[in-house]
Design a protein around this ligand. Structure first.
Ligand SMILES: [Zn+2]
Ligand SMILES: [Zn+2]
Length: 253
């Protein structure tokens, strides 16, 4: 599994790209979350407009989905033909569909078909087994777990680890966990924090990647994590690979 770190930013990141991953295995690509600054980051990669098979949305906060309009609009402009799968919580489809429709307005469709799938009903996506579980967040957020031939990945989306998503997290080889703040938050908070991230029960040999770190907290988390062999604080443009259950940080921009 190739993990292209499109962005790691928090909601109001002054410079960086909103949190998003582009995953690939056996030629199948899925984009996880698409905030407003994600489409330009994809354009910088010169991706073929047909390359991405599916979009997965953890939840409908603007920093995780507002780029959908631009993405659909761009693919229409590029005359994409390949059908697109959009996987999201059914209760949040209406908001996402507003964004998608606006992307091809005033046309009735973007020139390619879009299939909407409820995240809760899916147990496989492309080459991966898939599972979702909720975190503790201010709107319903479904973390995603994917397992392929080479290993498994967990991506929290937003929110504090809950009893629901902790078991998925604990069985992944690479764990992307939202970590808004460098100091401890109340256990009733709606975000992860750095002290909590360090106490999460994880699979032996797994790698923890804290992301979505508030701008004023990033330096502290990076400094603390510098000496930790099983923690990697990703930067946008990083590429990670999973091979036979082992992670590798391949390159960094
Ligand atoms: Zn967010
Ligand atoms: Zn959120």
């Amino acid at each position: 599994m190739k993990i292209d770190v499109v962005g790691v930013g928090a909601a109001y990141e002054p410079k960086g790209v909103n949190a998003s991953l582009l995953l690939e295995e056996d030629g199948y690509q899925v984009l996880i979350d698409c905030g407003p600054t994600v489409p330009p980051a994809l354009w910088r990669r010169n991706l073929d407009p047909e390359a991405i098979s599916a979009l997965y949305f953890t939840h409908c906060h603007p920093d995780h989905c507002l780029g959908l309009t631009t993405l659909i609009n761009h693919w229409q402009h590029c005359k994409r033909k390949r059908p697109l799968l959009i996987v999201a919580q059914r209760a949040q489809w209406a908001r996402l569909q507003n964004l998608s429709f606006f992307g091809h307005w005033p046309d009735d469709d973007p020139g390619f078909s879009i299939q909407w799938v409820d995240s809760a009903e899916l147990d496989a996506l492309g080459p991966w087994r898939m599972a979702t579980a909720s975190s503790r967040h201010s709107v319903p957020n479904l973390s995603i777990w994917l397992r392929g031939a080479q290993g498994s990945l967990f991506y929290s989306g937003d929110g504090r680890p809950s009893r629901h998503n902790k078991s998925l997290l604990g069985s992944a080889d690479i764990v992307f966990q939202e970590c808004e703040i460098s100091h401890e938050l109340s256990r009733l908070a709606h975000h992860g924090d750095w002290p909590l991230c360090q106490t999460l029960e994880r699979k032996a040999g797994s790698l923890l990647c804290p992301y979505h770190i508030g701008p004023e907290h990033q330096a502290i988390v990076r400094r603390d994590a510098a000496d930790m062999a099983d923690v990697f604080v990703p930067t946008e443009g990083d590429i990670l690979r999973l091979k036979s259950g082992r992670w590798q940080v391949e390159s960094r921009t």
